[in-house]
Design a protein around this ligand. Structure first.
Ligand code: NAP
Length: 467
């Protein structure tokens, strides 16, 4: 295959990737978007293989073996992963992209002739710069993503680790990286290259450890963006158009998603990119005294009676719904209520669950019609007209401390105003706090009824009582 045909096919796959991103922006078009993405990636892989064929049969076999091994692991993980563990998996994927960028830069430095970058000791300064940039962003992404993985997977505390003068340290490391990059371009020294990688590993770690659990969704999309830029920088080193386009798309869409989420959670975008945002307000320890306060506890039968009398019900799903896999039972409750003429809607908070879009995916899986699912801004004014807010396995996203308590780790995050409904039914196993580790004042309100138990079991019992 000649270079022009390869460039054209890479462009076609780039266009398909853009269509994929566009499709993924709405649940209705997401499947079609995914198809475009798969076709685009298929074209890019076949083009790369065909273009690299002259590199020799052995190289081709190695690539095919790599794809087969990686693909097999990918299929196995995709089939076995729990929906609730998806964010950790995504964090690990980002770590791999980052590490791949470091390895590609290292290979290019060791054998520049194989990449068409000149001979050892006589490489172009531009290529050396791209290598340094790709390796640095890749290494930052790698350690940052590993920390994000460990925090999300509970292998490390979700609490922010705040080192003294951490901003000064980060700026210092950033300046050191710039100096090392210049030294690398001047010397082509392997030692300096690996110093760049080491300093970047440290910077990735330091950028993510001060970030608290409540801000993790933004971190994931930010690391997604970093991994894209690392790939794009490496695309320049390899002169691979597909990698440049794809990396830039991932980098910019990740940055836009981070920006949208920062706006949604009332965080500063700039401090997100620089690390350590939201860390100043550490989670207060849950107060034992408050938990001893009385709450109104109800039974599924009582809940069914309240629901039967209602004219308008808004269902608020959260992480607990995902854990219990209660989405089907909840949709069946909605079906019964709708048959009785009740107006039923679903309210989705942008960071409900453990990844952006988590609740949308679950509800779609349970065949909840898209036109019954509403975003925070659309649905919030409607709680005041609702007879019942049925909150299933959600906690932080309903916590009014986000509006009233400036010391709370979730302060500033927009929340679903469930408290404005006439009755709030909370389905959860006990008085446990949510992801951010803060208590929810709503549990103790007069218009709240707590339904303790596993979300699926409680929903099944409510359904039986309704029927
Ligand atoms: P949440 O605040 O974490 O609360 C979930 C609640 O579900 C818990 O209080 C828990 O209480 C209950 N629960 C757990 N298992 C259950 C089960 N089997 N049956 C019934 N209830 C169960 O969840 P959320 O309201 O969805 O808020 C999401 C939080 O995660 C936010 O703080 C957000 O910032 C953070 N986060 C979001 C993302 C994202 O991208 N969406 C990523 C990372 C972090 P009990 O223990 O008492 O049952």
């Amino acid at each position: 295959m000649n270079a022009s045909l390869a460039a054209f096919l890479y462009l076609v796959s780039g266009v398909l990737f853009i269509l994929a991103l566009r499709g993924l922006s709405s649940p209705e078009t997401a499947r079609q978007g995914n198809r475009y993405g798969v076709i685009g990636m298929g074209i890019a892989i076949v083009t790369t293989l065909a273009y690299q064929l002259p590199a020799g049969f052995f190289a081709l076999i190695l690539v095919i073996l790599g794809i087969a091994a990686g693909g097999a692991i990918g299929v196995w993980r995709a089939r076995t992963i729990q929906m609730t563990a998806m964010p950790q998996l995504v964090a690990l994927f980002h770590a791999l992209v980052g590490l791949a960028a470091v390895f590609v830069a290292a290979s290019a430095l060791n054998a520049p002739q194989a990449f068409g970058l000149g001979t050892p000791g006589a490489m172009h300064a531009g290529s050396l710069f791209e290598m340094a940039l790709g390796a640095a962003i890749g290494a930052i992404t790698f350690t940052g993503s590993i920390i994000a993985f460990m925090k999300l997977d509970g292998r490390m505390s979700g609490k922010p680790i705040l080192l003294p003068s951490r901003h000064a340290i980060n700026i210092g490391l950033g300046v050191l990286l710039a100096i090392l990059a210049v030294a690398f371009m001047a010397s082509e020294s392997h030692f300096v290259f690996w110093l760049i990688v080491l300093v970047s590993f440290a910077l990735g770690l330091l950028l993510i450890i001060p970030i608290g659990g409540a801000d993790m969704p933004v971190v994931i999309s930010m690391l997604n963006s970093y991994s894209g830029w690392a790939a794009a920088a490496i695309g320049f080193t390899l002169g691979n158009l597909a990698l440049i386009i794809t990396g830039a798309l991932v980098g910019s869409s990740g940055a836009i998603l981070s920006y949208v989420m920062c706006k949604g959670m009332n965080r500063s975008f700039i401090s997100v990119i620089l690390g350590g945002f939201g860390g100043e307000t550490a989670a207060p320890p849950p107060s034992g005294e408050a938990e001893a306060r009385p709450v109104k506890q109800g039974s599924p039968e009582e809940a069914a009676k309240i629901l039967k009398k209602a004219k308008k019900v808004i269902i608020v799903p959260g992480y607990g719904l995902a854990v219990a896999q209660a989405q089907h039972a909840v949709r069946e409750i909605a079906d019964v209520l709708k048959k009785d003429g009740v107006d039923v809607k679903y309210a989705i908070h942008p960071v409900a669950g453990r990844m952006p879009g988590h609740m949308n995916v679950l509800l779609a899986e349970a065949n909840v019609p898209y036109d019954e699912v509403f975003e925070l801004k659309e649905i919030n004014p409607e709680f005041a007209e609702a007879d019942v807010a049925l909150v299933i396995g959600a906690n932080d996203v309903t916590n009014p401390a986000a509006k009233t308590d400036p010391t709370s780790p979730i302060y500033g995050m927009p929340i679903l105003d469930v408290e404005n409904a006439k009755t709030v039914l909370f389905v959860k196993r006990g008085m446990g706090s949510g992801y951010a580790g803060v208590e929810n004042e709503l549990f103790f309100r007069n218009n709240t009824l707590m339904l303790f138990g596993d979300a699926k079991k409680v929903a099944d019992s409510v359904l039986r009582s309704l029927e």
